[in-house]
Design a protein around this ligand. Structure first.
Ligand code: CUA
Length: 330
């Protein structure tokens, strides 16, 4: 087998391996939203254009090598520089600019009149996402963290904020990214076209655990979505339990809230429905009681720079009881 044939055999294999990592929850190449579709078409157009221009340039280079150091008439050389070096690049850039301007309204905040309630406000924190659902009047319905839900096929406009430093909200499968800047409210609209679970990384370096803050978006049918919202807004008082008692005794409510208990802290993530989230620590760990216990013992070991202090001085049995209670909140 010649070297060329070996490469031809291996190359598609490498491509498949490289691309398969993108095919699931976090890929701009597998759009599941109207805005992501626009971005995807723009990407394909630019990639195809770049490939054609690359082929022309390589063709010219091969031609130049074949011709060798021959004398060329001055007029022809100047025309080549004028058309190939100035007119052609200007025309290509102008075309791209026109196309992008035409595309831009699709990825702007949705201004189509009546907005689908509730509205969602997301705030970037070090290193997690505060998520607030508000009704059409702006009244807070409930707060949650790190995992949001969206109705299928409807535009949802997000208000994006930041409390500490600049973060960036980006769910590649649903749409483009938008920075979250302290002191400012940015708007972004996403219209999911396929039900599923999508993941987004923070897209602006915000500190030591920047790579460990992931947001999850669950896209569901309107019927299921309404049922989910209703479940969040009508929360009955939780029965007393050992876990709930320990939660209060060790001071957790200073930072965390659990609806249905006396815990109303707002510094850290709301833990009311921690059990239904896929992960602990905004994507840092899989959501299991063992991992919740690990997080309570030493958050900084899992998320460097996390503001929550270590609670490894608590008796192991108490940590386990707390973790089991928190993991069961759904
Ligand atoms: Cu938040 Cu990077």
């Amino acid at each position: 087998m010649g070297a060329g044939k070996t490469i031809r055999t291996i190359y598609p294999g490498i491509i498949v391996v490289l691309l398969s990592g993108c095919a699931d929850q976090q890929s701009a190449l597998n759009p599941a939203g109207e805005e992501a579709q626009s971005v995807y078409v723009l990407f394909l157009t630019m990639a195809a254009g770049a490939a054609i221009i690359w082929l022309i340039v390589i063709g010219l280079m091969i031609h130049a090598f074949r011709e060798g150091r021959k004398q060329h008439p001055q007029e022809g050389s100047q025309a080549l520089i004028l058309w190939g070096g100035a007119v052609f690049p200007s025309a290509v850039l102008l075309l791209l600019l026109a196309y992008t301007l035409w595309l831009m309204p699709n990825v702007r905040p949705w201004l189509g009149g009546q907005e689908a309630a509730p509205r969602i406000e997301i705030s970037g924190e070090q290193y997690w996402w505060r998520i607030r659902y508000r009704d059409s009047e702006g009244e807070l319905l409930f707060e949650t963290a790190n995992e949001l839900r969206l109705p299928l096929g409807e535009p949802t406009t997000f208000s994006l904020l930041a409390r500490d430093v600049i973060h960036s909200f980006w769910i590649p499968a649903l749409g483009g990214k938008m920075d979250m800047i302290p002191g400012r409210t940015n708007q972004l609209t996403l219209t999911p076209t396929r039900a599923g679970i999508y993941r987004g990384p923070c897209a602006e370096f915000c500190g030591t655990s920047h790579a460990l803050m992931l947001v999850t978006a669950v896209v569901m049918e309107r019927r299921d979505y309404d049922r989910w919202i209703a479940g969040r807004t009508s929360r009955a008082t939780l029965p007393s339990s050992d876990g709930a008692v320990l939660f209060v005794k060790h001071g957790c409510p200073a930072c965390h809230a659990v609806a249905g208990t006396e815990a109303v802290g707002r510094i850290g993530p709301d833990l009311t429905f921690l059990g239904e989230r896929a992960t602990v620590g905004a994507g840092a760990l899989e959501n299991t009681p063992e991992n919740i216990a690990r997080f309570i013992r030493d958050p900084s070991a899992i998320k460097p720079g996390a503001t929550m202090p270590a609670f490894d001085m608590l008796p192991e049995a108490e940590i386990r009881t707390l973790a089991a209670w928190l993991g069961g909140l759904e």
